[in-house]
Design a protein around this ligand. Structure first.
Ligand SMILES: Cc1ncc(COP(=O)(O)O)c(C=O)c1O
Length: 385
């Protein structure tokens, strides 16, 4: 068991830590060896930087079942990616179908457009554990439904949306998926699942650094860009180029971060996405089994046996979740997150609003020993010792 002086990180739903050593090595090499401004000059450093971005784009496309890497767009995180899609695709009078489990990176732009652009929101009901029923979707669709937005794996409960079933029931609407918690861990195939707009973040399950993310567009889907400016292409024109993906990537990109993200993807390809998922699933099962034996603990989320991501939300009788996280951190050197996890809607859906939960999110680099240490600490807190 780790001694209480060695920090134990179990907050991988916020960002994965540690990153594979290959990610740090790739970034260290890139920042030492080349200037990182791609596509702006014809010299060899600029060409090398363009190659870094191109290779990362190819890796992302291959990873998500997209046959054309020019439909992969890099952004600074999934929030920016979702904003491009939400602001770009919705017009006055459009209806949006979404769920009670969405993150504020979906809910805030939607609530803003509800006020300023006159869109209409329809929120699919969840059961008390946060699960939606794909069979509810057809009854909520109308001719005005432009977009269905689904959080693939909840960052609050770990509940998993059945994308394949949802894709089959989307009717004439576009399907946008927030894959912040699932990318790199769960199977995600754009074409097979009928996803039109797939938004991902680079710094969680894909093992990239913070400041990376992006989206993939279904062929033929046109979305106006959110920002305009220099792209290094069509520089003679003052109009924004139409070229994919340049039209979305104005400004010097985060070449260093994108290079790190590519190393993260290579790590997943080498290790096996399924191996990673299995390991996380085992740790989560161990955690859930142990929590069921601790006095006063309630776990909020999918029932035993259903599909779930490696996110466990809990409350403890007589203790505030803020205190739990504080004591774990200060007395046991265990880093976990308490509160609403930027998803108040999800906490309303599972009746843990306004205080939220303590969230434990094991990652690939956690061990069974880590889980035992977390359980021992929570048991001691519960016993008041
Ligand atoms: C489901 C979900 N959506 C969106 C986000 C936002 O991610 P980012 O901060 O990388 O944009 C998160 C991260 O916390 C998340 O868990």
């Amino acid at each position: 068991m780790p001694d209480s002086s060695s920090p134990l990180y179990i907050d991988n739903a916020a960002t994965s830590f540690p990153k594979p050593p290959e990610v740090a090595e790739a970034m260290h090499r890139l920042i030492r060896e080349i200037s990182l401004s791609p596509g702006r000059s014809a010299h060899s450093f600029s060409l090398a930087a363009s190659r870094v971005i191109f290779e990362a784009r190819e890796l992302v496309a291959g990873f998500f079942g997209c046959p054309d890497s020019s439909r992969v767009v890099f952004t600074s995180n999934v929030t920016e990616a979702l904003n491009v899609g939400i602001f770009g695709l919705l017009a006055p009078g459009d209806q949006v179908l979404t769920t009670g489990m969405e993150h504020n990176s979906v809910m805030r732009p939607l609530r803003h457009l509800e006020k300023t652009r006159g869109i209409h929101l329809d929120i699919l009901p969840t059961d008390p554990t946060g699960a939606i029923d794909p069979d509810d979707i057809p009854g909520h669709l109308s001719k005005k439904t432009r977009l269905i937005i689904i959080n693939h794996v909840s960052n609050v409960t770990g509940s998993v949306a059945d994308l394949e079933a949802i894709g089959k029931r989307k009717g004439g609407a576009l399907l946008m998926v927030d894959a912040a918690q699932s990318a790199g861990i769960f199977p995600l195939d754009m074409e097979a699942f009928g996803i039109d707009f797939l938004a991902f973040t680079g710094h969680k399950g894909l093992f990239g650094p913070t400041g990376t993310g992006g989206f993939l567009l279904r062929e033929g889907l046109l979305v106006p860009p959110l920002k305009m400016g220099g792209t290094g292409s069509n520089s003679e024109e003052e109009a924004q180029p139409q070229l994919m993906p340049d039209c979305y990537e104005s400004g010097t990109p985060n070449t260093l971060g994108i290079g790190g993200l590519a190393a993260g993807l290579e790590f997943i390809n080498k290790t096996g996405r399924e191996t990673i998922r299995q390991h996380e699933e085992n740790l989560t099962r161990l955690l859930l089994d142990g929590l069921s034996l601790i006095q006063g603990v309630t776990v909020h989320g999918p029932p035993a046996g259903s599909a779930r991501g490696s996110v466990v939300s809990l409350t403890m009788t007589g203790k505030s979740v803020a205190d739990l996280a504080f004591v774990l951190d200060r007395q046991h050197n265990i880093m976990a997150r308490s509160g609403l996890h930027c998803a108040p809607a999800a906490h309303r859906s599972i009746s843990t609003f306004p205080h939220g939960t303590l969230r434990l999110s094991p990652g690939f680099f956690n061990t069974e020993t880590d889980i035992q240490a977390v359980l021992t600490a929570l048991d001691q807190i519960s016993a008041g010792s």
